[in-house]
Design a protein around this ligand. Structure first.
Ligand SMILES: [Zn+2]
Length: 87
C-alpha cells in the first residue's frame, strides 16, 4: 500500500497492520479512502494531503464512521494535540 503524505512511516505501518486485522475482505487499497473530510482539510492546509479523501459528503452513506475511519480520526486528534503541545 502506498504511503500517503498524511501519514508518518509509523502510522502507515500501523495502518497496514490494522487494515489486515480489521478489514478482512474489505481491505482498503488507499488509506485516504478512510480520511474524513475534517482530517483531509487539515492535512491539505498543512500541505500533507496527496490523496482523495473518502469521507467527503455524498461519497459514503452518512452512517457512523467505519472502524478504519475512526482510526484516521484518532490520528488527526493525536496530531492536533501534538501541535498544541509544540506551540
Ligand atoms: Zn489522506
Amino acid at each position: 500500500m502506498k504511503r500517503r503524505l498524511c501519514m508518518s512511516d509509523e502510522e502507515h505501518a500501523a495502518y497496514v497492520r490494522a487494515n489486515h486485522i480489521v478489514a478482512g475482505s474489505h481491505k482498503v487499497k488507499d488509506p485516504c479512502a478512510d480520511c474524513l473530510q475534517a482530517f483531509s482539510i487539515e492535512m491539505r492546509e498543512a500541505g500533507l494531503c496527496d490523496g482523495r479523501p473518502g469521507g467527503m459528503p455524498g461519497r459514503r452513506p452518512a452512517s457512523s464512521p467505519t472502524l478504519m475511519q475512526q482510526w484516521r480520526e484518532a490520528s488527526r486528534r493525536y496530531r492536533q494535540r501534538h501541535r498544541e503541545v509544540a506551540a
